[in-house]
Design a binder for this molecule. Structure first.
Ligand code: RFL
Ligand code: PHB
Length: 391
């Protein structure tokens, strides 16, 4: 087979790129290791920056999101038992964020690809990248036991943290930066009314918690947990009781509990790989970088990478320009590092780090108190939280 762009991975990054390229008449094939149902079964992000919403509209996939997404103008920080509202919108000249699940983003992108007759190959196994150093790289894979080969101009590695794309870059070229946090998040999804209209990020003596949602009737909650915990350690009862201990009494009294629909544990890590381009291979999204979910930046960074990548490829195919391709890695990484810094900062401010002792906790509380009083500090948080511009 021959195509212009081979895309590895049908997560939000791969699907969004495929759709944007197809709308410009650029041929592409998407290879995904899992089945479509498996991809849709993963419960992940929930908070979209306006930049991501704009990308979905550009991809002609924004109808449902514009109808059903919940617009949020602020968030709450909770510490020492009190809630403090941060008015994101007032502090950023009217900007907002949107609650709309990653599952729904993926569903809308999949539907659009199907409607346009996109070439998506699910359950493609043994995907491997070859000839990266010449003008016609190749991607091989097997499907139902048969071997296939795609010859292309460019390869987009959108295959997440555990994919093959990053590993195809020679070790002497690739530099990685990593921080592993000594805890994870246990997440619970339930068809219960969210405890608050706006998200609550809770700093608490022994662990962090986050109250978020998917809709007016579906809640998503997270609690910081030890890395060696398993879902079996967290009965629904234990989760609800622990969560309510994190909340001020008046908020806990509003907490509606119910059977979980999903529970999962995610470890927290910061990771950046440089460069994000090697010859004709581009890395995008989680394939190139991971942030801890505290700042809600992972999916949004995938969207900004695809903004830079789609523009670079469109400029190449329309006008033969290669400068955006040359600058792809540099353009992405400037924004990636700022989001990496912000996510690390939010994580450091709000979680319990036993190794930092009582001194560390006092510093966190002093910074939170400063945030609650200072418009300057709140503005810096808000500007980053709603998302820095794509440039
Ligand atoms: P994905 O979604 O991991 O998709 C990669 C796809 O590639 C496939 N794949 C392969 N295909 C072919 N061959 C191979 N060898 C392959 N290896 C892998 C995989 O099956 C998969 O389908 O990466 P992508 O597209 O870059 O998207 C990134 C986002 O999924 C991720 O950053 C976010 O989910 C992170 N995240 C959040 N981001 C936000 O912006 N806002 C949030 O509120 C937010 N909350 C979260 C999160 C991530 C979480 N977890 C579970 C890590 C909350 C949590 C708990
Ligand atoms: C979510 O809705 O799952 C979510 C929201 C904000 C975060 C992380 C996760 O910071």
């Amino acid at each position: 087979m021959k195509t212009q762009v081979a895309i590895i991975g049908a997560g939000p990054a791969g699907l969004l790129l495929s759709q944007l390229l197809d709308l410009q008449g650029i041929e592409n094939i998407v290879l995904e290791r899992q089945s479509g149902d498996y991809v849709l079964g993963r419960i992940r992000a929930g908070l979209l920056e306006q930049g991501m919403v704009d990308m979905m509209n550009l991809a002609q996939c924004g109808d449902r999101l514009n109808r059903e997404g919940l617009i949020h103008r602020g968030i709450n920080l909770c510490f020492s038992g009190n809630l403090h509202n941060i008015d994101l919108s007032a502090l950023t000249g009217g900007k907002t964020v949107m609650i709309y699940g990653q599952t729904e983003v993926t569903r809308d992108l999949m539907a659009a690809r199907q409607k346009m007759g996109g070439n998506l190959i699910y359950e493609a196994k043994d995907v491997a990248i070859h000839n990266l150093d010449d003008d016609h790289p190749r991607v091989t894979y097997t499907k139902d036991g048969q071997a296939f080969e795609i010859v292309c101009d460019y390869i987009a590695g959108c295959d997440g943290f555990h994919g093959v794309s990053r590993q195809s870059i020679p070790a002497e070229t690739l530099k990685t930066y990593e921080k592993i946090y000594p805890f994870g998040w246990i997440g619970l999804l339930a068809d219960t009314k969210p405890v608050s209209d706006e998200l609550i990020y809770v700093h608490h003596e022994k662990s962090f918690a986050l109250c978020t949602m998917r809709s007016a009737s579906r809640s998503r909650y997270y609690i910081q947990c030890p890395l060696d915990d398993t879902v079996a350690d967290w009965s629904d009862d234990r989760f609800w009781s622990k969560l309510s201990q994190h909340l001020p009494a008046e908020t806990a009294a509003q907490l509606e509990t119910g059977p979980s629909i999903e529970k999962s544990i995610a470890p927290l890590r910061s990771f950046v790989a440089e460069p994000m381009r090697y010859g004709r291979l581009f890395l995008a999204g989680d394939a190139a970088h991971i942030v801890p979910p505290t700042g809600a930046k992972g999916l949004n960074l995938a969207a900004s990478d695809i903004y830079f990548l789609s523009n670079a490829l469109i400029a190449f195919y329309k006008t033969n320009q290669t400068d955006l391709i040359e600058r792809y890695s540099e353009n992405c990484l400037r924004r990636v590092w700022k989001a990496t810094r912000f996510s690390w900062w939010m994580t450091s401010l709000l979680h319990h780090f036993p190794e930092n002792g009582a001194f560390g906790t006092k510093l966190q509380l002093a910074e939170l108190d400063y945030l609650a009083e200072s418009t300057a500090a709140q503005t810096a948080l808000s500007e980053n939280y709603v998302g820095l511009p794509f440039r």
